[in-house]
Design a binder for this molecule. Sequence first.
Ligand SMILES: Nc1ncnc2c1ncn2[C@@H]1O[C@H](COP(=O)(O)OP(=O)(O)OP(=O)(O)O)[C@@H](O)[C@H]1O
Length: 759
Amino acid sequence: MPGVVDGRSRKRHLPGVLREDSDDELGTEDLPWEWIYANEPDTEENNGRKRKRATWQDGQIIGARNGNFECYLGDTMLLKADSSNEAWVGIICEFQEDEEGEMAANFMWFSSPNEIRSAKKRTDYVENELYITTSFDVNALSTINGKAHVMSQQAFMNEFPTGKVPRKSKEYGKVFVCRRGCNTRTCTYTEEFIWEDIYHGREDLEALQERLQKETKATRKKKPAKDESPERDYKFEADPEADGEYAPGVYRTPKKARIRDAVTPSSRHKKTGNKPATPSSHRRIVVKKHLEFTPLATRVLSPMHVHASPYQVARTQLHVASVPTSLPCRESEFSLVYSHLEAAITDGSGTCIYISGTPGTGKTATVREVVSHLDAAVRADELDDFIFVEINGMKITDPHQSYALLWEALKGQRVSPAQALDLLEREFSHPSPRRVPCVVLMDELDQLVTKNQGVMYNFFNWPGLRHSRLIVLAVANTMDLPERTLSNKISSRLGLTRITFPGYNHEQLMRIVQSRLEGVPGDIVDPDAIQFAARKVAAVSGDARRALDICRRAVELAEADAKVNDLSDDATPNTPTKTPARKKDESPQKKKKSSSGRVTIETVRRAINEATSNPLQQYLRSLPFASKLLLTALCLRIQRTGLAESTFGDVLEEMQRMLKLTVNESRPLKLLEKRATGQKGEGADDGTGLMITKGKQTGQLIRPAGLGSAAVDLTGAGIINLEGQRPERPSKMRLAVGDEEVRLAFRDDPEIKGVGVML
Ligand SMILES: Nc1ncnc2c1ncn2[C@@H]1O[C@H](COP(=O)(O)OP(=O)(O)OP(=O)(O)O)[C@@H](O)[C@H]1O
């Protein structure tokens, strides 16, 4: 049976106990199981039982037999785990057929202390100790490996005075101590009990369940306070020195992220009694433990921050790598993602949420914020525990590594991608006791899309499997990536929940930048300057990252001005004076001095110019027309498909579409023709390497030529990656620079503007 390790002769390892397999009980032959019914003719084996258990009704399945091995309702069994080295212990509560029609039983599980992930787990456990839990699961009888013997500590010590079961004993690996019950989701325990007093067999099952329910907490979920909102009154501060340290495929927040009290909480921010959720300082892959947070009490201001100038503080807070205090303009998206995740974690169900939006619209930031809040809820005992793992398509070289990363997050084991896939398939399609929900953030999903779309399909499909408890948050730039890559039929079957993040308008970008500047002393940034930057960015993209970058650069420029000022005039104060506060009698020269050192519209203009005149921008602008056309077509292709990788042939087709559209829409085709032909007549080359011929009958442009050499040149310059030495139609092709760089460079290019609909 899939999902069950069938190696009966293999040695297994119980948590804390190395044990031989139970071949002695089940034998080495693979005999079929058969039911034992209550009205079965008396046999030597069941006779006594039948008489003792008068409550059994005729025809009821009371046990199962495998050769000479028999087990009955209420018996405590050893089971084989499918993927790990552990064996499980559970009490048979009911016999039944499972979903696949296999003979199975519903087990009430024991849990070993090792399996309890919560920070609140007890530390006073003894060797071989198990807790009886409130978790049930149906498992096939073929997973039964023998019988377990559970007893009180006293009984155990009487039988094994050394406190250990001798290795040579037949009981080795089969004897356990139980003195408490535990709800493993809420990590709450019952009072200590004597096992022999509370459990003798099947007739005590109900009372045992009642005791567990009464004495442990079933769920942690509490309704969040009404005024709870994603905006809170605390700030995070990334240590710039710690920047840039990333593990492949896995996002890592800056190493020494710290928190400090908000300096000026905005009037909208109401203080709630709740402890703020904070992003992890080492949130890499969290393997069976809590996201790691620095406790509030130990969060300190860095000495750098205390002595920092207003410019330094502003630069740090505007940095895209710093975790913002709040996410203005994303309140509804936050609530949507939060409520979906919270519900899935509480119900123990799987779900897949597909989040799309253009770059810099706060998708990743919002998801991380939600996860931080959920983790805080876990720690405040309001939510059941969960595992979180982040897989970033940009940071793994092969999409199949996602499988290995997920498996590592679930089990803490490193295996190859192929092994991981196999293990995950088994894990999610079979019941298992005590599975903690796992939240997976799949960022930059388009990068993970392989040729056969297997990786994306699996991650979308697994949440729907009954036993997976997998919650996938897939983040991509295009809305219809699933439909494009998986077909409409499959993607509608998957039942994804979709959330779209719209681009920010200039007012929203202003609020975002302003919120990042909250608490910066010295009033060094003109509100007009922020508005100017926000308008410029919103006109092109609605990308918060770009707005923040421009404003940060403007602060750097103002800081440099202030330094020059300081050198030329020692009397100039370190913190620049606010422009309107100038004295009336100041000379024009003085006026100039006091405004330099302050971020004004002019400073922002300089920052924007710089951003558009870096060497890459200059290079892109100076490219021959053929190269520009090819890059434009590649960008359009990426934009349309949402996939980073295309083939040379795909890009040529995209160009055809683009040029036809230009003709149909009477775009400045004249200019294009003129540029292509140099007005020397049809089909002439103007020296750019591009030749455009007209279709004889239609008069439409159908065959741009000279693009092969453009592709080779662009590859040589590191602007694109192209498979193979020479471009063939199937050669794979992708951008090696950001598409926004290309967009920015060609935005005002009169020729490209005519053909590139995106620009
Ligand atoms: N509403 C917001 N408030 C404050 N900062 C924001 C907001 N939205 C985005 N940002 C900041 O903008 C930057 C980009 O955001 P983020 O990475 O979340 O965007 P994204 O939509 O995931 O982009 P991409 O698709 O390129 O990955 C980050 O520094 C983030 O903190």
